[in-house]
Design a protein. Sequence first.
Length: 591
Amino acid sequence: MSPVGAPRWRVVVVGNGMVGSRFANDLVACLSDDEVSAVEITVLGAEEYEPYNRVLLSEVVAGKVDLAAIGLPGADDDRVTVRRGTEAIAIDRSARRVITADGAYPYDAVVLATGAAARVPDICGITDQAGGLPRGAHVLRTLDDARGIVAASVNARHAVVIGAGVLGLEVACGLAYRGVPVSVVHGGASPMDRQLGTDAGRVVEASLARLGVHTWTDARTERVRTDRHGRVCGVELRTPDDAADVPSSGAAGGANLVDIEADLVVLACGATPETGLARAAGLAVGRGVVVGDDLASPDDARVFAIGDCAEPPEGGTGLIAQGWDQSRRLAAALASAVRPREDAPVGGSTATGRLPDHRPAGTGEGDRPSMALRLATSAVVRPVAPEPEPGTPAGGAPARAAVTGVDVVRVKAVGLEIVTMGVSGAARAPEHRALTLSDPASGRHVEVVVADGRLVGATCVGAADVGADLTATYTRRVPVPADPAHLLLRPVAPPPVQAATPTQMPDQTTVCQCNGVTKGDLVACWHDGARSVADLARGTRATTGCGGCRDVVCGIADWLAAADPSDDGVRDTAASGTAGRPVLSPHPQRS
Ligand SMILES: Cc1cc2nc3c(=O)[nH]c(=O)nc-3n(C[C@H](O)[C@H](O)[C@H](O)COP(=O)(O)OP(=O)(O)OC[C@H]3O[C@@H](n4cnc5c(N)ncnc54)[C@H](O)[C@@H]3O)c2cc1C
């Protein structure tokens, strides 16, 4: 316990979303009981809700996931105070206080985790309305947005989704799954053109058509029409001259101006980092809040930014894996800043529970390295790859190209399997060797890009199993066969890494991309007593992000249970009926 009267080190987290809420938990987990009692953590969240899994909102729209199932673990420690429905309106850096309508929160360190807002493009009928979006027009960023779209879909006769990036496709497929006829309007030459080459995009377009989604490419939204009650009733597009086909949705052609009747419009045009607080506080802001490798603002060593609002040196991805990784790193670094230092001068130590003195420069702080300096030595930087979606704001700064697995994008669209990673399509360089297997009639397109004997990119449309194998090959950076054609022909020649087969999956294979959990972590967690998928999720956090790894985790849990029959067995795996259970040592396998 902190001695009576000892000052507590105050961390204020602004934003109770996926990253801010995780950060509070990560920080508590990094501190011993004594240390945690010497720290006071306050989380301010503008939303009224407990933190929830935003990634799953498109599945809520599709009706595949219930709202009740998307809650995230909140702070489960008395020393964390969460103020829901409390918006930070300013940061007074000279007094070190975060200001809200209800009062001020003093801080020793403030962590901005304010996320991003849906980008609303400047379209006539959308941005020129008094009182915000017209009735019938929606964005998808929050739980309330998802609710609004679901409610509107009940009576919708025709929906238009503006934007055919990852989020646009997820929403379009979700609405189609609910039985609503959908048109998608996209300014690019083909859907998901940030991630996919044109050929792959065309296959996606054909697959969308089979799902009842008409795609307008190279199209500009001129106007969203509203009726006399201010309700959305149509969308006018400008299309290329050769795009005269008129969908059966009731659109009427005319030169290259197309008028589509629509009573529901969803804007899926990217997201913009929430930087208002930082900007008003005089901190450097680019696309996001500028931070260094230590996640601190270059203007103020007490202000940090993580998650979608941050702009680290490698660029923000808008993907949750990056935010959760930053959360872990910052929590570890702040915890070590609070921890007693063995080399601390007498009286400057926290060994008795006293916290470091964080008086501003000029008031005695000069004898210690600044917090930022200390953090810089402990923060680990992982390179992040370019061009993220979903949640990626349009026009984002290109990030450093790198192959790490954090740029694996999996589309969660009902009826449409797409996974992409690394380099693809037009982004290929001359030294890249690319092989493609394209079968538009069956909705299948697989492309692998190889350089220096490694897989540096892959695109899989309509080929989930191949996608899983290639993801494993890509994230592990294992050598690929001399003839990369083998990567495409899974049924003919097994690839070097079989992601779906736990027995042959090396320990280092990353199973959960969002949380960076490997097969080895899952096996270790099992050996520590986990006996179900829920236990594995609690112990490692696998499956708690986008959920795309759930089948693999179920398979691993089945395999572990079968391999160790003395255990009670798997109690809640969805995959407990998996055929052909292997009988193998459950002990970690090295590759
Ligand atoms: C529909 C959808 C699908 C997605 N799918 C994927 C996916 O498949 N894979 C993936 O990796 N990522 C996906 N993302 C992106 C992912 O959700 C984000 O990367 C993640 O939510 C970022 O977390 P965050 O905490 O930084 O921001 P957020 O989750 O947006 O949380 C920010 C919080 O801060 C609060 N806040 C803002 N300003 C203030 C203030 N002044 N005071 C107090 N509180 C404030 C906001 O209200 C919000 O609650 C998706 C996003 C959406 C919307």
